[in-house]
Design a protein around this ligand. Structure first.
Ligand code: F6P
Length: 533
């Protein structure tokens, strides 16, 4: 695989970026009255409007040329064919098989059936705990990919959830997370799902041990089997924890944690929304998968979304990307995307082992609109940095109420318009703004955004939306020549924490670290609970 910056396609984009710096979105719209139509694509219930991006047809053809030079079409086929494209772990990357109804992975269908049986048994009230009381509360204990996907999606699909059930998520090793989650619950009607691919993750095992104590303190040791299930690729360890084999849901090393929502990691979501809605979500994922696999780059929506990130990050100097859902149920979507994008593409070593000499993964962030408008949008509109944004909005609210939804949609449309077109000083003066304030009240515009809309936030649309971002992440990583499917960068901090823990608990002053770290350890030892009493 070539170094992307050595390709003529990269050089051509660099030259083109120089010319495009001076081109304003106002001009681009004025030059092409059909621009919105030309740059809007539909797929799987989503309408993706790329027109407010700082691109011309020429830009897009240079970007797709770069993608071809970096063998993106071949990389896509290699992923779907199950080739071991996760090269540092020598594994295939087959999350797409989890939502392929025509797939040949019999194990996928078996586990989905097992999940459906389990979910239905809880939803119907048939599954009881150790005392015979029905299970009404389900708490997922997991972190990272074993938490963010199902937690985000359960919140996103709240209107489709059985409100008689309580489904919560505990991830942080901070005990407050677990304590608050169980505070108002009865152990007799509570079941924990311990979700960990490896079943070695310290935060999850610590929370699981405390949850186990919460159950056994009240119901006795024999209750564990009735109050715990597990989702894991490590059945030996789940057995050692005391979980019955029939309550262990398997997933496989070819499913990356941050790509695992469609696997058994989605079990708490399936409990909350039921197998039918979960199935509809899988169909949304699958529709985008097929589009991504079968569509030429020029009309391939996830590919274009990814290539635009390359354009802004590598050629126009953007370092962050805002994702701004105008739907309260998508409040956790930016947090979910942070793992998906930053754990996948926050890499500085190419697959060939060489250090990159170009920027890779952007910092992804965001908040639901309209809240963000009263917080950080000032910087988006008038700050000095280029921050491309994705707006996500729906035509219909799940909670129609007076003018609320019209106002919400008016705001998302207004923000994209204001960012793109701004307000010139002349326009400000013409509106009667005093001359001494005109500069402060001028908006230079030319700030790019993509607007993704759908009729409503249904399970199908949620699946489409997530798959859209998953594949855009793939395209970016493939252009950069990095492996988007490992995460070695999380290891060092984990191993240092294991070294530091006994030092915090020991009587001796810390000496083995730098002076800052030693001092922090000693300060904690002097002030931790018990030390001063
Ligand atoms: O810390 C990183 C990570 O390995 C993520 O990639 C993963 O989603 C998370 O930890 C949880 O891992 P597990 O499911 O094995 O507990």
């Amino acid at each position: 695989m070539p170094n992307p910056i050595d390709t003529t396609e990269w050089q051509s984009l660099a030259e083109h970026a120089g010319a495009m710096e001076a081109v304003h979105l106002r001009e681009l719209f004025a030059d092409d009255p059909q621009r919105a139509e030309h740059l809007c694509l539909n797929l799987a219930g989503l309408r993706v409007d790329f027109s407010k991006n700082r691109v011309t047809a020429d830009t897009l053809s240079r970007l797709t040329a770069l993608a071809r030079a970096m063998a993106i079409p071949e990389r896509i086929q290699a992923m779907f064919a199950g080739e071991p494209i996760n090269s540092t772990e020598n594994r295939p990357v087959l999350h797409v098989a989890l939502r392929d109804p025509c797939g040949d992975a019999a194990a996928v269908a078996t586990v989905q059936q097992q999940m459906a049986t389990f979910a239905k048994s809880i939803r119907s009230g048939a599954r009881s705990g150790h005392t015979g009381e029905p299970i009404r509360n389900v708490i997922n204990i997991g972190i990272g990919g074993s938490d963010l996907g199902p937690a985000m999606a359960t919140q996103a699909l709240r209107p489709f959830c059985d409100r008689a059930l309580t489904v919560r998520f505990v991830s942080n090793v901070d005990a407050s997370d677990l304590v608050e989650a169980v505070r108002d619950l009865e152990p007799a009607s509570t079941l924990f799902i311990v979700a960990s691919k490896t079943f070695t993750t310290d935060e999850t095992l610590t929370n699981a041990a405390s949850a186990r104590a919460w159950i056994t303190d009240s119901l006795g040791e024999a209750a564990v089997a009735d109050h715990f299930a597990a989702v894991s690729a490590n059945p030996e360890r789940t057995g050692a924890f005391g979980i019955r084999p029939e309550n262990v849901f398997e997933f496989w090393d070819w499913v990356g944690g941050r790509y695992s929502l469609c696997s058994a990691i989605g079990l708490p979501l399936m409990v909350a929304v039921g197998p039918d809605h979960f199935g509809a979500m899988l169909q949304g994922f699958n529709a985008v998968d097929r589009h991504f696999r079968d569509t030429e780059l020029e009309r391939n929506v996830p590919a274009l979304l990814g290539l635009l990130r390359i354009w802004y990050g590598n050629f126009l100097g953007a370092t962050t990307h805002a994702v701004l859902p105008y739907d309260q149920y998508l409040a956790r979507f930016p947090a979910y995307l942070q793992q998906l994008e930053m754990e996948s593409n926050g890499k500085r070593t190419r697959m060939d082992g060489e250090a990159v000499d170009y920027e890779t993964g952007a910092i992804v962030w965001g908040e639901p609109g309209t809240n963000g408008q009263h917080s950080f949008y000032q910087l988006l509109h008038q700050g000095t940095r280029l921050v491309p944004a994705d707006f996500i909005a729906f035509a219909r609210s799940q909670n129609p109420q007076g003018e609320h939804h019209d106002k919400l949609f008016a705001n998302v449309v207004a923000q994209g318009e204001a960012l793109a077109f701004g307000r010139t000083t002349d326009e400000a003066l013409a509106e009667g703004i005093p001359a001494e304030l005109a500069a402060h009240r001028t908006f230079d515009g030319n700030r790019p955004s993509t607007t993704i809309v759908a009729e409503e936030l249904s399970p199908h649309v949620l699946g489409s939306l997530i798959a859209l971002y998953e594949h855009s992440v793939f395209v970016q990583g493939a252009v950069w020549g990095i492996n988007s499917f490992d995460q070695w960068g999380v290891e060092l901090g984990k191993s240092l924490a294991r070294t530091i823990l006994p030092e915090l608990q020991s009587g001796a002053a810390a000496e083995s670290h730098d002076t800052s770290t030693n001092t922090l350890i000693d300060w904690y030892r002097a002030n931790r609970r018990g030390a001063t009493e």
